[in-house]
Every structure is written in structure tokens, then in C-alpha cells.
Design a protein around this ligand. Structure first.
Ligand code: NI
Length: 177
């Protein structure tokens, strides 16, 4: 089932999500399948459960080739529950981000360059990875959704925030975002 994605301004995007306590259930696996279907339909690089109104610490991300981010390297398809992020250096990078909850816009967002993320998958199996680059950025963006943070709240210089069609006219104008 394809869900409607909540848009910025909806108070449900501002909540702190609850930890997932039961793993490997039919309900959870259906929710995750629906999230992948919803993300794929929207050409997203990631999706957090709060974006479909489900207030759980659950994010999915990953892609081989993403139309919205044509230059981004591959990120493995990942289901991550109850994540904890730890920066591995003080270094930050700024890069352009969009969000399915902020359609049609992009902003320049500083993120930690390198981090470790830990959590579990839908079966309760431990995940621990050290990542950098776009992979690190996607994880930080998605996990922010679990704390009620949308990327515009992270922009340092709001002159670097605008409409995708204006900032990046070379991207497909038929894309929603
Ligand atoms: Ni987002």
C-alpha cells in the first residue's frame, strides 16, 4: 500500500518517535513493505515512519540509482530501527538535500562527514556501520525525522534554500521533488 507522505507544517512530523519493542512480526513486515513501496513510488532515497504518520523509530533508505540524486553513490538498502548515531570526527560537510515532506525544494545542509550508526533490523538483528559521504548524510537526514527535525531546521544560511526547479533547472522538471 502506498501511503500519503505528510508535508512540513503537519505537527506529526515534529514528534519524537517511540522505540520499536517487538521485532519480526507480520505487522512490522507489512509496514516496512509499504514504506518501501511508498518510497519507491516517490523516487525517494529514504523514508522515516513518522513521514507516513507512524510514530516509531524506524527508517528505511538505500538505492542503486536515484533520479532525485543522479550523482549520488549507491547506498545499500537498509531497514534501521531504534538507531543511535555517533560522529567519528568533528568534521562537517555541507551538501544539497531535499525531503519528500518538503516537496519541490532543496537546501544546503551541514552534516557530520563520518559517523557510526547502530540499531537493529526488522528481525532484531544488530546493525553497526561506519560510513561517510552520501550514506552518512542520508542516515542523518532520516534519523532526524525520528526527533521531529526537518532539514530546513538545519540550514545555516537560508539564502541557500529554494525551489529545485530554480536551483537545479537541469533536473527533470516532471519530478515532484
Ligand atoms: Ni526527509
Amino acid at each position: 500500500m502506498i501511503y500519503d507522505i505528510l508535508k512540513m507544517g503537519d505537527a506529526r512530523l515534529l514528534r519524537v518517535a517511540e522505540p520499536v519493542r517487538e521485532f519480526n512480526t507480520a505487522e512490522l513486515s507489512e509496514l516496512i513493505a509499504d514504506m518501501f513501496e511508498t518510497m519507491t513510488a516517490a523516487n525517494g532515497a529514504g523514508l522515516a515512519a513518522p513521514q507516513i504518520g507512524v510514530n516509531l523509530q524506524l527508517v528505511i533508505f538505500g538505492f542503486k540509482n536515484n533520479q532525485r540524486y543522479p550523482d549520488a553513490p549507491t547506498v545499500p538498502e537498509t531497514v534501521l530501527l531504534n538507531p543511535v548515531l555517533t560522529p567519528l570526527s568533528q568534521e562537517m560537510d555541507a551538501a544539497w538535500e531535499g525531503c519528500l515532506s518538503v516537496p519541490g525544494m532543496r537546501g544546503l545542509v551541514p552534516r557530520w562527514s563520518k559517523l557510526r550508526y547502530e540499531g537493529v533490523n526488522q528481525f532484531g538483528e544488530r546493525i553497526s556501520r561506519e560510513v561517510d559521504g552520501f550514506h552518512a548524510r542520508v542516515v542523518q537526514h532520516e534519523c532526524d525525522h525520528l526527533n521531529g527535525i526537518l532539514y530546513p531546521m538545519r540550514i545555516n544560511d537560508l539564502s541557500q534554500f529554494g525551489y529545485t526547479e530554480v536551483l537545479f533547472p537541469e533536473l527533470d522538471p516532471n519530478q515532484d521533488d
